[in-house]
Design a protein around this ligand. Structure first.
Ligand code: MEV
Length: 437
């Protein structure tokens, strides 16, 4: 059995690999070669990656692809996408192409407010904490003036602080609910620094507040942290066209539109379907979020919380037919940035921003919402017509061929063969084995 290691983070990369290799990998040289094969030859670039996190051993590559022909608010974009799932970029490109000749995507930011809380315990008289808060509020705001100097200059900063009683849900629980405008930054560090300073000032001032002293009962800060739930930081995207323009190969526009709307209604009512439906939306969103160096865990957490804001998990998209008009839309919360964090550090995120014509945070919110809507359109379109496996397995074919170490010639023949034949794992294996015999 392995023994605990001390001072692991202080070891050099070679020492760490050596320890892991001896402890867990039977000194297998191939395991070490696998790590080394993904090191970057450019030592400066490798050092950049090594410094992103602690204990970096190697780099984990994901494909960086692009989906062109996205007409969004009248401009044409090629969306960078980082994702491992075979069919996602192809699906996005198909949806982009489909809407290119039908007016494109329209997107708009509805609000940009972020928030965080100082969570407080207080078991005294409620009126005392209310009086204390109204007295100390200007000092709390003043205490973050240095932290928010630059943000204020740019037009953002702390917007307000409210004392909220949560004692009906949890005995003695209050919060200082703080709202922020962080402009082009996602703002996590800025918000957390402000909250921690507000918490310190709050506790220090409470020590000398007469009513607290008289009852020997003081508020105590439990923790201070931003919220990744940002329903006041919203973006909307939609597509519209005449129902007749939706006609598919063997399906009339009307039949397609009705089936499509029905599919969305099912996702609206049935959480089991809604989760998969929204997962498909996140295929597009996460891929663009990753390509632009934003925090996909924050986005995922916030989006899914929003999907259950009314108490039941539901679809993030809506579809309707009004007269002859088909409309498909999405509304989601997104706290993302185009400055700070990894955005201007990772060479590929820099490239992604250049490709996107250097959007500001609001423009990026619009692009991300469109990526989600497009992905959902492509998924539902397949689901209500051919089913998803046809396109999915076609894209997955190359993975199966690579698993079989197929030669370029075998791949070429297999692609031609499976143009007219159904792809399945066993069918591909059988085909290649037959070629080889
Ligand atoms: C697969 O990654 C995503 C889908 O399952 C989404 C959906 O069902 O809507 C195709």
């Amino acid at each position: 059995m392995a023994k605990p290691v001390t001072g692991f983070s202080k070891k050099t990369k070679a020492e760490k690999i050596d320890w892991l290799s001896k402890t867990y990998l039977n000194n297998n040289p191939e395991a070490v070669q696998t790590l080394q094969q993904y090191w970057n030859e450019d030592s400066k670039l490798q050092k950049l990656h090594d410094d992103f996190i602690e204990n970096t051993l190697s780099n984990y590559y994901l494909p960086f692809g692009v989906a062109p022909n996205f007409l969004i608010n009248g401009s044409l974009y090629a969306l960078p996408m980082v994702i491992e799932e075979s069919s996602v970029v192809a699906a996005a490109s198909n949806a982009a192409k489909f809407w290119l000749n039908r007016g494109g995507f329209k997107a708009q930011v509805l609000s940009t407010q972020k928030n965080g809380q100082v969570h407080v315990d207080y078991f005294g008289n409620e009126q005392d904490i209310v009086s204390f808060f109204s007295e100390v509020k200007p000092k709390l705001i003043e205490s973050v003036s240095t932290i928010q100097k630059n943000m204020k200059k740019r037009g953002g900063g702390l917007l307000d602080i409210e004392l909220v009683s949560k004692t009906e849900s949890l005995d003695g629980y209050y919060q200082l609910h703080c709202t922020f405008e962080t402009l082009d930054a996602m703002g996590a560090n800025f918000i957390n620094s402000c909250l921690e300073q507000i918490a310190k000032t709050f506790e220090a001032e409470a020590d000398s507040f007469e009513s607290f002293k008289a009852n020997d009962t003081f508020p105590e800060v439990v923790m201070s942290i931003l919220s990744n739930y940002v329903p006041e930081c919203l973006v909307q995207a939609k597509v519209t066209c005449n129902v007749a323009e939706l006609a598919q190969k063997d399906v009339s526009g009307e039949d397609f539109a009705q089936k499509f709307v029905r599919a969305v209604q099912i996702a609206k009512t049935e959480p089991r379907r809604a989760v998969t439906h929204n997962k498909g939306i996140m295929n597009g969103i996460d891929a663009l979020i990753l390509a632009t160096g934003n925090d996909f865990r924050a986005v995922e957490a916030g989006v899914h919380a929003f999907a259950s804001k009314n108490g039941t998990y539901t679809s993030l998209t809506d579809a309707k037919i009004e007269g002859n008009l088909f409309t498909f839309s999405i509304e989601i919360p997104l706290a993302i940035g185009t400055i700070g964090g990894l955005t201007n550090l990772h060479p590929l995120t820099k490239f992604a921003f250049e490709l996107l014509q250097k959007p500001n945070a609001k423009e990026l919110m619009e692009l991300v919402a469109v990526a989600g809507l497009a992905q959902n359109f492509a998924a539902i379109r397949s689901l209500v017509t051919t089913g998803i496996q046809k396109g999915h397995m076609k894209m997955h074919l190359m993975n199966i061929l690579n698993q079989m170490n197929s030669s370029e010639n075998e791949k070429k023949q297999a692609v031609a063969h499976f143009n007219d034949n159904t792809v399945s794992h066993s069918a591909v294996i059988e085909y290649i084995e037959q070629l080889r015999s």
